[in-house]
Design a protein around this ligand. Sequence first.
Ligand SMILES: Nc1nc2c(c(=O)[nH]1)N[C@H]1C(S)=C(S)[C@@H](COP(=O)(O)O)O[C@H]1N2
Ligand SMILES: [Mo]
Length: 303
Amino acid sequence: MKKIKYSEITPEKIYNRRREFIKRFGITTGSLIIGQNIINTANASTNNLEKKITEYRYITTYNNYYEFGTRKSDPVEKSQNFKTKPWEITIDGEVEKKITLTIQEIKNMFPSEERIYRLRCVEGWSMIIPWLGFSLSKILEKASPTSKGKFVEFTSVYDPEQMPGQRYPILKWPYKEGLRIDEALHPLTTLVTGLYNKDLPNQNGAPLRLIIPWKYGFKSTKAIVNIKLVEKMPTSSWMRASPKEYGFYSNVNPNVDHPRWSQASERVVGSGILSERIPTQMFNGYGDEVANLYSGMDLKKYF
Ligand SMILES: Nc1nc2c(c(=O)[nH]1)N[C@H]1C(S)=C(S)[C@@H](COP(=O)(O)O)O[C@H]1N2
Ligand SMILES: [Mo]
């Protein structure tokens, strides 16, 4: 076997060797990562994505994170000294039990598992990312939402000293997003603690971010500090900035164009020299799991 230099051992190499090991010995992902088996229903539809996982270098250098600047290279360049320790997350609002947990407490209480999901950005590109995380519903259940908790609002950290982008009014800071309670409780809605089997890099939203696989990427709030149950539909930062372009639902939908461009296809980041474009799928390919959340709704109106 060829000897590997330390400098060659990228997170991607470690990840691929682990997968090779899993394939050969038939050990499940869950048992290897966290010492227990998890039957992961949320992962049922992701198996066919495995072969096409986007390379680590693209996932971690081509980012949207306006707190660190609007260029794709800003997050990796400007977030490396961002402090994610100590870090607390509060779940409050319309709950019976308000809770505040450190990121370490969250990691201990809610074991992360691998979830390979496609991230489809509203700008028209996508990546397939091996996230580490757990269903948001797990942590919401602990707080016991009251019957008034009809929506969930997510808030990112506000720290202009560390986040140069927050010194400019590009968006209303802090970054906010929202989900309907049934969307938030759906098992695919994931709180992410890592990717490629490692902690989240700062540029991808450390220490805790969201991923909602059937919605455009901007719904996936990074660096979350507060999760609030609320009675009324929250106004997200993007809705506030441009309500005609960004709706509350923002489900991936090839039939509803952005006012300034088509949403019918997407460029797969890192898929060769002539970056491949593929047709965008309704609900980003997760329709079997989530279409029932919107039965009877006009998705052109509720975009
Ligand atoms: N706090 C915060 N969260 C954010 C953003 C942001 O600018 N600030 N950008 C969003 C957008 S537009 C996308 S496409 C995804 C990108 O996630 P990635 O960089 O991990 O691929 O993060 C989303 N979450
Ligand atoms: Mo995005």
